[in-house]
Design a protein around this ligand. Structure first.
Ligand code: NAD
Length: 252
């Protein structure tokens, strides 16, 4: 794998995105850590650089804004000096609200971040991938889109949309040497999960749910990063349009 291949990870400042960014840097990609939170994006990029890898932070970028997405991708190319050949659409927001209380604003925000964001970033980087005749896109959806999840209609609809988006785009981009897959994580110990636990939204503690999980532990961000590392590798070139669950056996 050439050192010059650039990978862009959205939401790379925290949780799953942070682990993916660090893992891809370890794998030899020049990594763009993009996040709404500038401070955390910089921390992750610095962590990768401390280990001798190539990484740069792109903070204060809202993936739901088309102009910011295009501008960020332009800066990524300029800073890391190459086309973006790997894209991980990981940035996401979750809310728990009973169906009749979901406002238009709340619905639209969830869709804008979780579904429009991947749409904008794919449109921004696919020309690079087409020109190179090689590309890898991984969309981080959610196991809740496989099982359903009460009080998260907007979130689940956005993530189910991302699964359909992945399947359709994979068919279109396959002939161009670009694979598009989705990982729907389930029950991964991140700030997002702990925030839900603290607010009493999990229906029990993380430990309680770990007992109900076939592998008897919560997922780690590194579990998702490992699957992502494989999907963006050279040898995963015959895998596209797939839903690769990483959930300890909670969904099959
Ligand atoms: P997290 O909250 O720890 O991290 C999400 C990151 O995305 C944060 O750094 C945040 O600043 C960033 N972000 C949010 N909105 C953004 C925006 N508009 N523009 C740019 N960056 C933005 O969450 P996590 O648990 O690591 O989740 C990562 C992804 O995995 C999300 O898409 C989430 O829906 C999905 N997921 C997580 C779990 C889980 O169990 N943790 C389960 C299923 C799906």
């Amino acid at each position: 794998m050439s050192e010059s291949r650039t990978a862009l990870v959205t939401g790379g400042g925290s949780g799953i995105g942070r682990s993916i960014a660090l893992r891809l840097a370890e794998d030899g990609f020049a990594v763009a850590v993009l996040d709404l939170n500038g401070e955390s994006a910089e921390q992750v990029a610095e962590e990768a650089r401390q280990k001798g890898h190539t990484a740069a932070a792109f903070g204060n970028v809202d993936v739901s804004d088309r102009g910011q997405a295009d501008e960020a991708v332009r800066r990524v190319r300029e800073t890391l000096g190459g086309p973006v050949l790997v894209l991980v659409n990981n940035a996401g927001v979750a809310r728990t609200e009973s169906f009749l209380k979901i406002s238009d604003d709340s619905w639209n925000r969830i869709m804008a971040v979780n579904l429009n964001g991947p749409f904008y970033f794919c449109q921004a980087v696919v020309p690079d991938m087409k020109e190179a005749g090689w590309g890898r896109i991984v969309n981080i959806s959610s196991s809740s889109a496989q099982s359903g999840q009460q009080y998260m209609t907007h979130y689940v609809a956005s993530k189910a949309g991302l699964i359909g988006f992945t399947k359709a785009l994979a068919l279109e981009l396959g002939p161009a040497g670009i694979t598009v897959n989705t990982i729907p994580p389930g029950f991964v110990d991140t700030p997002m999960l702990r925030a839900s636990e603290e607010r009493g939204l999990l229906g029990g503690t993380v430990d309680h749910h770990a007992e109900l999980t076939p592998v008897r532990r919560p997922g780690r961000p590194e579990d998702i990063a490992a699957a992502c590392s494989f999907l963006v590798s050279e040898e995963a070139g015959y895998i596209t349009g797939q839903v690769i669950g990483v959930n300890g056996g909670r969904n099959t």
